[in-house]
Design a protein around this ligand. Structure first.
Ligand SMILES: *[C@@H]1O[C@H](CO)[C@@H](O)[C@H](O)[C@H]1NC(C)=O
Ligand SMILES: *[C@@H]1O[C@H](CO)[C@@H](O)[C@H](O)[C@H]1NC(C)=O
Ligand SMILES: *[C@@H]1O[C@H](CO)[C@@H](O)[C@H](O)[C@H]1NC(C)=O
Ligand SMILES: *[C@@H]1O[C@H](CO)[C@@H](O)[C@H](O)[C@H]1NC(C)=O
Ligand SMILES: *[C@@H]1O[C@H](CO)[C@@H](O)[C@H](O)[C@H]1NC(C)=O
Ligand SMILES: *[C@@H]1O[C@H](CO)[C@@H](O)[C@H](O)[C@H]1NC(C)=O
Ligand SMILES: *[C@@H]1O[C@H](CO)[C@@H](O)[C@H](O)[C@H]1NC(C)=O
Ligand SMILES: *[C@@H]1O[C@H](CO)[C@@H](O)[C@H](O)[C@H]1NC(C)=O
Ligand SMILES: *[C@@H]1O[C@H](CO)[C@@H](O)[C@H](O)[C@H]1NC(C)=O
Length: 221
């Protein structure tokens, strides 16, 4: 197995070269050749810089492939196979960023129909996130349990709703078998929201707060 060994051998070198390159871009930023990677924004939202980069506006060597940002209507968007996410905030110092599913802004019925997947990316859910669980096309509505109404996804005989603790529902003998499917949507409470507020909000407002992702050490992508 010569190939995998040489592959692993080469990776650290690439990493060192990249690191030197980005050091050089910082030091030599007065040189027009290195202007390609100066931090930029889409118009709205955070400043975009390494390891992120803006396609069509910055060179791909300014960041890593998974960190490609697309500007849409002046907003920074992270595209994934399942959903497009609005990048609301990036904290470069602690390697984390806040994103919101664009569906929360655009769709007539802005509900998540798939679980978000970030495997095979450098991104992981921060431990600060909570889940709002969406249940679709259920034959009954849970009694005695606070739920968020998702009326746009119901019909005459089937209900859809969202809850914070799906385990608590199961405790009350509500069986998830009554529903066609469920999806977990992560969210994190922004600084101006407390639990009391959370119960008064609707599910769209909760989704719009977004959730936190971390990215991990650069040389492993
Ligand atoms: C990350 O840093 C920002 C500001 O630098 C701070 O507001 C935020 O709470 C930090 N996030 C975490 C998860 O530590
Ligand atoms: C994400 O970052 C936060 C704050 O820096 C930290 O508490 C948490 O453990 C990190 N999560 C992962 C999965 O790395
Ligand atoms: C939210 O749900 C996902 C699975 O869809 C799970 O991996 C994650 O641990 C859950 N987070 C919390 C805080 O329960
Ligand atoms: C619920 O079922 C109806 C009828 O089969 C379908 O049109 C609708 O898309 C389903 N709802 C969801 C959220 O999948
Ligand atoms: C409502 O949706 C369910 C689940 O998909 C479907 O079986 C049922 O036929 C629908 N009923 C009406 C009245 O559309
Ligand atoms: C749930 O069902 C079990 C078994 O039928 C029963 O023992 C239990 O009291 C029920 N719990 C509630 C909260 O109704
Ligand atoms: C989403 O994830 C949850 C928990 O991992 C799982 O029970 C559920 O079936 C998933 N939903 C879909 C639509 O794949
Ligand atoms: C939650 O925040 C609201 C204002 O947004 C405030 O009126 C209320 O007292 C707060 N509740 C708690 C329990 O801190
Ligand atoms: C917090 O989230 C609420 C609900 O989505 C939003 O109205 C508010 O503007 C957000 N605040 C900040 C500081 O992002």
């Amino acid at each position: 197995m010569i190939l995998p060994i040489s592959f692993h051998y080469i990776k650290p070198q690439l990493c060192v070269i990249t690191t030197i390159f980005f050091f050089a871009t910082t030091v030599l930023s007065s040189n027009p050749k290195f202007k390609a990677c100066t931090p930029k924004s889409c118009g709205n939202g955070p400043s975009i810089k390494y390891p992120f980069w803006i396609s069509h506006e910055q060179e791909s060597f300014c960041g890593y492939p998974n960190f490609e940002i697309t500007c849409m209507d002046k907003s920074p968007i992270l595209r994934t196979p399942s959903y497009d996410f609005l990048v609301k905030d990036i904290s470069y110092s602690n390697s984390s960023f806040t994103v919101t599913n664009m569906a929360a802004y655009e769709d007539n019925c802005p509900v998540p129909l798939y679980n978000y997947t970030f495997h095979q990316t450098p991104f992981t859910y921060s431990s600060e996130n909570w889940n709002l669980s969406f249940f679709y096309n259920c034959t009954t509505e849970p009694l005695d349990h606070p739920t968020y109404k998702v009326d746009c996804a119901k019909n005459a005989s089937h209900y859809s709703f969202a809850v914070f603790h799906k385990e608590a529902l199961e405790h009350k003998n509500y069986s998830l078998n009554e529903c066609q499917f469920m999806v977990n949507a992560p969210f994190s409470m922004n600084a101006s929201v407390n639990f009391t507020d959370l119960l008064r909000m609707n599910y769209i407002e909760i989704l719009k707060m977004g959730f936190l992702l971390n990215w991990t050490a650069h040389c492993e992508y």
